[in-house]
Ligand binder design. Structure first.
Ligand code: ATP
Length: 339
């Protein structure tokens, strides 16, 4: 069932169109992510879903019903913001219970039972009597999550909930959030500017740019088959070259600055060639071109070589240590993406 729909939604602030004719649908139980660079309209889209903003055009629907005129507290959503916004002088348990101010706990549980159930869910059983300043950043964000989930909303909205945390803690917390989301099978819309995070947690994601949707798809589809140059460059490391269709050749080939490459494609209308760093290799026999290896990073499980090809930056990711200085790289025809 479609739990949540945005149908041609637009929101303007003066001369800025923050959200520009956005249409999306999120299925029941889905973990759906809005990802894109700063200012692309992610937070405004989330606020339109929550009801903190009203659209200037289009409609937001929950399970088919228009939300026009419905205030946030009647929308059956739980929201977690970037800043924890916990009440400093209330205990952890009181903060979670605050989530129940508009609604009775679901089922026939008492408030106390609901609060301890949620503290257990977010791995904070026994922390109920502490105050927020006696917790770590990750623990505080889990209290905010428990508070949002307390009334048993049908949609959970998360706006950059981990951006204040350090890298390792973010990784741990996102695994926990994902586990809780699938345990509850709660429809979730997650906002992040971190494309790696978006790929790792989502069932599907929408890549936003300048208030518009560039692409919606599974993480694999968005990574492997980017719909535009913007997506190809924003999601994951990529080598993106201006290209032309080769004239008068048999089969499929594409030309970058006079250098011709064999590719696999059903169309012949390309002007961009993309090759992921992991698909370039120093010992590939096909589609070879000369580079100068400028520097090499060791990543633990791989090496990343920063190379120069006639003034173009080229990234190559390999398991074996890359050569230094002048070298040749190549890629298999099936490993290129053409746009
Ligand atoms: P970030 O990742 O930096 O939080 P975002 O993708 O969430 O960015 P939004 O916060 O939705 O982007 O903002 C989209 C655009 O709308 C920006 O240009 C922003 O400056 C503008 N904007 C957002 N809210 C308002 C407001 N209340 N008044 C005026 N302009 C606004």
């Amino acid at each position: 069932m479609t739990r949540l729909e945005l149908d041609g939604v637009t929101r303007e602030f003066g001369a800025t169109t923050a959200v520009d004719d956005v249409s999306l649908s999120v299925e029941d139980g889905e973990f759906f992510t809005l990802v894109g660079p700063s200012g692309c309209g992610k937070t405004t889209t989330l606020r339109l879903i929550a009801g903190f903003e009203s659209p200037d055009g289009g409609d937001v629907r929950f399970a088919g019903a228009s939300m026009t005129g419905v205030p946030p507290e009647d929308r059956d959503v739980g929201v977690v913001f970037q800043s924890y916004a916990l009440f400093p002088h209330m205990s952890v348990a009181e903060n979670v219970a605050y989530g129940l101010r508009f609604r009775e706990p679901p089922g026939d549980r008492s408030r106390e039972e609901r609060v301890s159930e949620l503290l257990e869910l977010v791995d904070l059983a026994g922390f109920g009597d502490r105050e927020p300043d006696e917790l770590s950043g990750g623990q505080r964000q889990r209290v905010a999550l428990a508070r949002a989930l307390a009334p048993g909303p049908s949609v959970l909205l998360l706006d950059e909930p981990m951006s204040a945390l350090d890298a390792r803690l973010r990784e741990r917390l996102r695994v926990q959030v994902k586990r809780i989301q699938s345990e509850l099978a709660i429809t979730t819309v997650y906002v992040t500017h971190d494309q790696e995070e978006a790929l790792s947690v989502s069932d599907r994601l929408a890549v936003l740019n300048g208030g518009r949707v560039e692409q919606v798809g599974t993480p694999e589809a968005v990574y492997r088959e980017p719909a535009s140059r913007f997506v190809a460059e924003f999601v994951g490391d990529n080598n993106v070259f201006d290209a032309e269709t080769a004239v008068e050749t048999e089969g499929c080939s594409v030309v970058v600055d006079g250098e011709e490459f064999d590719v696999e494609s059903s169309s012949r209308e390309w002007n961009v060639l993309c090759v992921r760093p992991e698909n370039l290799s120093f010992d590939c026999e096909s589609n070879r071109f000369p580079v100068r290896v400028e520097s090499v990073e060791f990543l633990g499980d791989a090496y990343r070589a920063h190379c120069d090809w006639d003034g173009r930056d080229v990234l190559v990711k390999t398991r074996e240590r890359p050569p230094t200085g002048e070298a040749t790289v190549g890629f298999r025809p099936g490993d290129a993406t053409l746009l």
